[in-house]
Design a protein around this ligand. Sequence first.
Ligand code: HEC
Ligand code: HEC
Length: 334
Amino acid sequence: MVKMNTKTLIPSLAFVWVLATTCIVLAKEPIEPIIPVKEINLAQVELGRKLYFDRRLSKSGFLSCNSCHNLSMGGTDNLKTSVGHNWQQGLINAPTVLNSSMNFVQFWDGRAANLKEQAGGPIASQMEMAFTHTLVIDVLKSIPQYVTEFKLAFSTDSIKIDHVTQAIAEFEKTLVTPNSRFDQWLLGAIDAITEEELAGYQLFKQSGCIICHNGAAVGGSTFQKMGVIEPYKTKSPSEGVGAVTGKESDRFKFKVPTLRNVELTYPYFHDGEAETLTEAVGLMGRLQLGKELTQDENSRIVAFLKTLTGDQPSFPFPILPPSTDKTPQPKPFE
Ligand code: HEC
Ligand code: HEC
């Protein structure tokens, strides 16, 4: 048997105690802390970060992923619906890219299985970046520094759209927001949130919000109907999952959005019609739970939701390699 003297025994007992209490807290709560990704391909992340910010992935040379998922502003554009190529009015609110790797599927209606599959969409969408995958490859191939970086990340001389979307997806995996005050509380720092915020969390659980908004992302794990108890009135033509499956029972079902960083990702809902958190919370209570929240209850829940803002991704502003004489020219006004 290993002999332990008191010097080593006390610290190890303390460790076991911390571990045990952490586990108890974790086991008890329906929301888990965000854990940063560990396994990541660094060369792909570096490349993906550049591509994420590179406006040459759009026909106009003016739109990048960051135009609509601005990492200085919670990974969204803070607009009701996005502005696409040629100032086209988007049809649906842009969800945040923060913690999107935790979503069980991508898009409001789940039509992309994962981030890699998702990333090809906006480039070729005539409403968004209005480019083609072939032209993106032509642009990238014309820039020697990109050719070198693709070789480094994928050991290939021939750049394919699959590499582009893979690199962007790998970068997106790093866009997680750990260390929110709520997560600190979950991990045992009882002073990390105020009494009001804690009361808001209790209410969030007791009134049933937690049924749909749970797990590490506080959402992102199921489709649910918008307007369970009372129908939702909107001018937006989006039918949610119903448009994908063609089933009447899926009409108006949407992926439950993550509530992580929700303080930053206004306006709310798929149509962006709720301008404030207060409005969104009040509507949720009424439409999803048949519960008219008092002003006090509402502000307590809002206070809790604001504790879900975590450390925002931070990295040096990416410097992009210049175009060459061979690079196809942007067409901003076509
Ligand atoms: C013109 C604005 C615009 C641009 C540019 C754009 N997006 Fe989006 N993005 C949106 C909108 C709007 C949605 C929601 C579409 C839907 O659900 O039908 C979306 C959805 C997403 C989602 C799904 C998130 C979720 O919770 O379901 C991810 C991830 C994403 N975009 C990443 C990207 C990446 C990567 C790029 C660059 C290659 C990009 N977007 C370019 C507007 C944009
Ligand atoms: C039956 C499942 C369900 C319940 C219960 C529920 N929600 Fe939601 N929540 C959703 C869905 C689905 C959406 C997206 C609806 C849409 O965009 O049309 C959503 C959206 C939201 C949004 C907007 C997020 C964004 O980024 O657009 C907030 C805030 C929110 N819910 C908070 C709450 C609160 C607070 C409660 C409890 C009072 C609650 N929800 C109860 C399913 C639910």
